[in-house]
Design a protein around this ligand. Structure first.
Ligand code: NIG
Ligand code: ZN
Length: 414
């Protein structure tokens, strides 16, 4: 089955190849092709060009994209989309003056979600999560990473990861799973953190690997959660079992997590709301992608990741949602791209590059996704008729998506 998009006002993020993420000033370049066509065959981008070069294709389904833009679908490289229930009460508590840390100290936060998840059946958890996945696909997300970390027991962590595995089987978009057993200390281990880390390393991780349930290993490296020494220990154990690190660092405090991540060849370091010059220097030493999560900053009222400092020092940057019940109950990548421009002073080109090419790198799928490149998956966003691509972040909060395609197939309901 072939699909031909014709009269596309602009094809955005057109690249012959994407071997490396985009760094520093490269992020300002967003290659586009005006008045274009694009052919999809067998779920892949087969060819594209300017309208005055359009060949006479036979047996194609034609889509007239006059006035509309076609771009690679958003790639969300950091989410906690599998969770049970919600934490609306904590949202109200924060409105009334408590901080995220104070709520966690009172037994709320991650352990609150863990309690809910432990009490939820695998079937119900799947249904809640599938609904969220469909919601974000309609908003243009065409590849996603999902973490465990709301289980905090062997059984519940495996339950989460099996739900992710079932989502992978039932949905066509790339889904990568990350084992985040080191998300918080369960209350029963409050006095014995080492015992929980032993359980995580000696029981949970081997089972996760045996059942092939995760590609990445994550740690919440933060004061009051997992220390630098804990992080190093868990990353090493994960690497020994073949799990690549991809970790939460520098959300509230910088405690050396970036250095540990780079030393362990982490694929990404995520959050970075607090960033010191030595963190930037450490990132320059490796291939680890910094990932900013601006909708978390918006929701918690914490600082935004200093994108200008990162990009202007020659580094790459990716954007993701952090979709989770506590700090970011939103999986809207369109809002993330807008916030990156409005609050982090990224220009539209940088933000779109960060949510496509660099996001694909942060998910380990840059060779197959993230750009309009021949042979890559036809995971695409077709916008409504809009004046320019900059209009997407500019008109924040609005939905200008006409339709979303995954492997060339239209996502229903958008
Ligand atoms: N910071 C750690 N984990 C999540 C929040 C988890 C929660 O509050 O449930 C995050 O990335 O923001
Ligand atoms: Zn997170």
């Amino acid at each position: 089955m072939k699909t031909l998009f014709k009269n596309v006002k602009q094809l955005i993020q057109v690249r012959e190849e994407t071997l490396q993420p985009l760094k520093g000033s490269e992020m300002q370049e967003l290659p586009v092709l005006d008045d274009a066509w694009l052919l999809v065959e067998d779920g892949k981008i087969a060819d594209f060009g300017a309208m005055d070069t359009l060949p006479d294709f036979e047996e194609v389904m034609e889509i007239d994209a006059s006035g509309k833009m076609l771009l690679p679908g958003w790639i969300d490289s950091h989410t906690h989309l599998v969770y049970a229930g919600n934490r609306e009460q904590e949202f109200v508590d924060r409105i009334n003056g408590l901080t995220y840390e104070e709520i966690a100290e009172k037994g709320g936060g991650i352990v609150n979600s863990a309690k809910k998840l432990q009490e939820t059946s695998e079937g119900d958890l799947y249904l809640q999560s599938a609904k969220r996945l469909e919601e974000v696909m309609k908003m243009g997300t065409t590849a996603i990473e999902i973490k465990s970390g709301y289980g905090l027991t062997t059984e519940a962590e495996l339950k989460m990861l099996r739900v992710i595995q079932k989502l992978k089987r039932n949905y066509d978009l790339p889904i990568k799973s990350t084992f985040l057993g080191a998300h918080a200390l369960p209350p029963e281990y409050k006095e014995d953190k080492e015992a929980y880390i032993d359980l995580l390393i000696n029981e949970m991780m081997p089972k996760v690997v045996e059942e092939n349930l995760a590609t990445y290993v994550d740690v919440f490296c933060e004061k009051g959660y997992f220390s630098l020494a804990d992080t190093r220990r868990i990353l090493k154990a994960g690497r020994d079992l073949g799990l690549t690190p991809k970790i939460h660092v520098n959300q509230f405090n910088a405690i050396g997590g970036i250095q540990a991540a780079v030393e362990n060849n982490a694929l990404s370091v995520d959050h970075l709301e607090v960033l010191y010059p030595e963190d930037i220097e450490a990132l320059k030493e490796g291939e680890t992608m910094p990932v900013a999560l601006p909708s978390c900053s918006l929701f918690l009222g914490i600082p935004y990741t200093p994108a200008r400092e990162i990009i202007d020092s020659g580094l790459p940057l990716a954007l993701a949602t952090d979709y989770n019940p506590g700090s970011t109950p939103s999986g809207n990548m369109n809002l993330v791209v807008s916030l990156a421009c409005i609050k982090m002073k990224m220009n539209p080109e940088e933000a779109i590059n960060a949510a496509t090419v660099n996001a694909a790198y942060a998910m380990g799928i840059l060779d197959t996704h993230g750009s309009i490149t021949k042979g890559k998956a036809a995971n695409l966003i077709l916008t409504e008729a809009i004046p320019s691509y900059g209009f997407l972040p500019y008109s924040f909060g609005a939905n200008h998506i006409d339709s979303v395609y995954i492997n060339g197939k239209k996502v229903q309901g958008c």
